[in-house]
Design a binder for this molecule. Structure first.
Ligand SMILES: [Zn+2]
Length: 501
């Protein structure tokens, strides 16, 4: 299954040529007239031929994986339909259109098209994301719909209010060749309950009708990869990877790689993650299943693994069947101490590490400064108890936590303290917020790690803390999964290489 996905991606990469055919199509329509001409008909035929070529390429697997083949054909047809609409609406180039927002009826059209392609009733598909500033008119205009009756319906229908004026909901329309609305559909998730909402507005003999439905999300796996040019988020944006997945990557490898301070240009990553889809459209990113990160030429790999629930469970983790990340040779990546007191995020990654202009003149700077906006959550790096929570001269609002084996951590310049002296805290718990109290020229977190009272590098401590291997009982299952993940990561790396060519 995963191997097939890799093949499919390379097939899509080969479809780049077909995209240029689609561009030629839009140009020809734009320069001649809106009626179908011989020229554009030939170009449509080329597209159909392209689709057939891909069909031939994947004929061996189509019986096993009809859904995936449908998706590949849909990519080709989207290029064609999208380009045609681009002429009508002066929208972005067809090559920039997302490839995932395609309904299944496109696929059917592709397969049937060679025999009887009727250009007079050619249906066009277009997707857009709603904005909070949208009115019925502006939304339909961006979707390339020119239909006064549809606009009136959207303005007055109570169900349509779930769409107009809401932001971030992806909408797909199906229009006739005269840009009249035939069908509009939208999908989104509201709660984390495994379901999505579907809104449908359809033209019927009695006029437009609307309905909403609830349907279960389907999980599927996505492969992606990228190269760091400026920042992790710039690279994940480029690879169309959701922020949630980027943050997971930084957390998974946090004890190996300092994402705040040590990312290098040319560092690269591959990732396999779950995506939750409604009608084949990705609506929410799920868990990272496996990942590789190459930092400064050194490669780190990780995979998600859940110890099977067994009667012979010997540890609490096993008994609860709690999952976690492991290296591919079976060492847990969970550590007694997190490497960073702040989650790596788009907010914290935008700030450079700050120097300490005031303290530096008074004594050698000790500890690590994390630049971040005021209010950014600060977390405990390990289990422990609160030894001090209050104000100290240069530190301003400060929390000192006591951990096992004479380890302690210090969190200074806080704008808010959320814990009390004597309280016990667990690893990752939110204890306060970044501020600029005490001797601080701007908002940042001053963090110290002390062992027997002496300053230590937090990252070194995080790496040193022991890790737990997979149990012997779970080894066979783990090894099989690790082999699959190695193959999936290799395929993910190819996705990037082929799209970079
Ligand atoms: Zn400092």
């Amino acid at each position: 299954m995963r191997r097939f996905t890799a093949k499919l991606y390379s097939a899509i990469a080969q479809a780049v040529d077909f995209k240029s055919v689609a561009c030629a199509f839009s140009l020809s329509v734009g320069l001649t007239c809106s009626q179908p001409s011989c020229g554009s008909y030939l170009l449509i035929q080329s597209l159909v031929a392209a689709a057939n070529a891909l069909l031939a390429f994947s004929r061996r697997t189509i019986t096993q994986y009809p859904k995936q083949i449908g998706a590949a054909l849909a990519v080709l047809l989207l290029s064609a339909g999208g380009a045609a609409l681009a002429v009508a609406t002066l929208a972005p180039d067809a090559s920039e259109l997302p490839v995932h927002q395609i309904t299944e009826s496109v696929t059917t059209a592709a397969v049937n098209a060679p025999a009887d392609l009727d250009l007079q009733t050619f249906k066009l598909y277009r997707s857009e994301v709603t904005r909070s500033s949208d009115t019925a008119g502006t939304l339909l205009a961006r979707l390339g719909v020119n239909d006064a009756a549809a606009a009136a319906f959207l303005r007055n229908d109570p169900v349509a209010r779930l769409l107009v004026g809401r932001s971030g909901r992806s909408v797909t329309v199906e229009t006739g060749s005269d840009n009249s609305l035939q069908k509009l559909s939208a999908r989104w998730t509201t709660e984390n309950d495994g379901n999505f909402r579907r809104l449908v507005i359809e033209k019927t003999a009695q006029g437009f009708q609307s309905r909403t439905e609830t349907a279960p999300l389907a999980a599927s796996n996505r492969l992606a990869s990228g190269v760091i040019e400026s920042s992790l988020f710039a690279a994940t944006d480029e690879a169309k990877i959701p922020d949630n997945v980027a943050t997971q990557l930084a957390e998974i490898f946090s004890s190996n790689i300092d994402f705040h301070r040590a990312l290098r240009k040319g560092d690269r990553f591959s990732v396999v993650y779950e995506t939750l889809e409604g009608d084949g459209e990705p609506l929410r990113a799920g868990r990272v299943l496996s990942a590789e990160f190459v930092n400064g030429g050194k490669s780190f790999q990780a995979m998600w693994f859940q110890e099977p629930l067994a009667g012979a469970a010997t540890t609490v983790a096993q008994a609860s069947g709690k999952g976690g990340y492991y290296t591919l040779d079976g060492q847990s990546l969970r550590r007694a101490f997190l490497a960073s007191p702040m989650e790596f995020s788009r907010v914290t990654s935008g700030f450079k590490m700050r120097m300490h202009p005031i303290l530096q003149t008074m004594r050698a700077h000790q500890g690590v400064d994390y630049g971040a906006p005021k209010g950014t959550p600060v977390r405990s790096v390990g289990d422990g108890t609160v030894e001090f929570a209050g104000v100290q001269n240069g530190y301003g609002n400060v929390i000192i936590l006591k951990h096992r084996n004479n380890h302690s951590t210090v969190y200074a310049h806080l704008s808010r303290i959320s814990v009390r002296r004597g309280q016990s805290v667990s690893q990752g718990q939110n204890i306060g917020a970044v501020g600029a109290t005490g001797w601080a020229t701007g908002p940042h977190l001053h963090f110290e790690f002390r062992v027997n009272g002496a300053q230590r590098d937090p990252l070194v401590i995080a790496r040193q803390s022991e890790s737990v291997p997979v149990s012997n009982a779970a080894r066979p299952v783990f090894s099989k999964l690790a082999a699959e993940n190695r193959a999936a990561l290799a395929a993910a790396a190819l996705v990037q290489q082929s799209s970079a060519q």
